[in-house]
Design a protein around this ligand. Structure first.
Ligand SMILES: *[C@@H]1O[C@H](CO)[C@@H](O)[C@H](O)[C@H]1NC(C)=O
Ligand SMILES: *[C@@H]1O[C@H](CO)[C@@H](O)[C@H](O)[C@H]1NC(C)=O
Ligand SMILES: *[C@@H]1O[C@H](CO)[C@@H](O)[C@H](O)[C@H]1NC(C)=O
Length: 221
């Protein structure tokens, strides 16, 4: 009887946390304007990247402490997948906005509007309709630090694949350049009469402007 009672108490103690020591808290500060050379434990000398903060967690001076990663105001643009390996570790790791500051964690890069200029290259302009010409802007992605654009591939519609790089304007995804902008034009004739023929006719001059392009996509049925 006594033995049962002891067992009961020790289980109770464990589940209510008495056997787990209270851990100290450490705050690590990360700011887009910080430096990864900083140790990051002081809000006035933050680290720069979330990746560095995650790496920092397992360094000897803060092992066995609960970690609060405090993200400071601004855009934290991740340049690769953030991997948090937190197995066999009973401390708590919290990533949050420091003092409710306005924090964005993104996988993208922002291109400020002042990096866009008007299109002046005549060979590009002649592809555009006269009404559109003065409205089309261009930018050099490499100037914004974007050097790997991967490959643009079809996705969705029964094709299970990760979406390729996309461009967002003020939070909304842009469509690839296309015509017509909405809907479809009709196929007017398939000369071979064969269902799977890739030669077909349509009633428009518009696609002629893109005649020299070598990577045209057509979608239809
Ligand atoms: C990400 O940026 C860090 C510097 O912040 C750099 O050391 C690292 O090589 C970059 N990783 C990739 C995949 O570009
Ligand atoms: C395509 O053909 C259909 C049926 O003939 C017609 O109703 C529709 O208006 C046509 N669409 C265009 C864009 O010409
Ligand atoms: C295609 O390229 C040729 C030769 O460079 C040029 O003369 C012609 O204007 C171009 N046409 C279009 C539609 O871009």
């Amino acid at each position: 009887m006594l033995c049962d009672l002891l067992l009961f108490f020790s289980l109770f103690n464990f589940s209510s946390g008495f056997l787990i020591p209270e851990l100290q808290n450490v705050h690590l500060y990360v700011s887009p304007t910080g430096s990864d050379l900083n140790v990051g434990t002081d809000a006035s000398n933050p680290m720069r990247t979330l990746h560095r903060a995650i790496q920092r967690i397992s360094e000897p001076d803060i092992q066995n402490k609960n970690i609060w990663i405090e993200l400071m105001e601004g855009y934290h643009d991740l340049n690769s997948t953030l991997v948090i390996n937190h197995r066999n570790d009973y401390r708590r790791i919290t990533i949050r906005a420091y003092q409710n500051q306005k924090v964005h964690v993104t996988g993208g890069k922002r291109i400020p509007s002042n990096q866009f200029t008007k299109v002046t290259d005549p060979s590009i302009l002649q592809r555009l309709s006269p009404e559109a010409q003065k409205h089309v802007l261009q930018t050099k992605l490499s100037d914004a630090g974007i050097t790997d654009i991967g490959q643009i591939v079809p996705y969705g519609k029964y094709i299970l694949r990760q979406a390729p790089l996309e461009i967002f304007e003020n939070g909304f995804p842009l469509t690839l350049s296309r015509w017509p902008n909405y809907g479809f034009i009709n196929i007017t004739n398939v000369p071979s009469g064969h269902r799977y023929s890739t030669v077909f006719q349509y009633n428009s001059d518009r696609p002629k402007k893109w005649a020299n392009q070598s990577d045209i996509w057509v979608y239809g049925y």
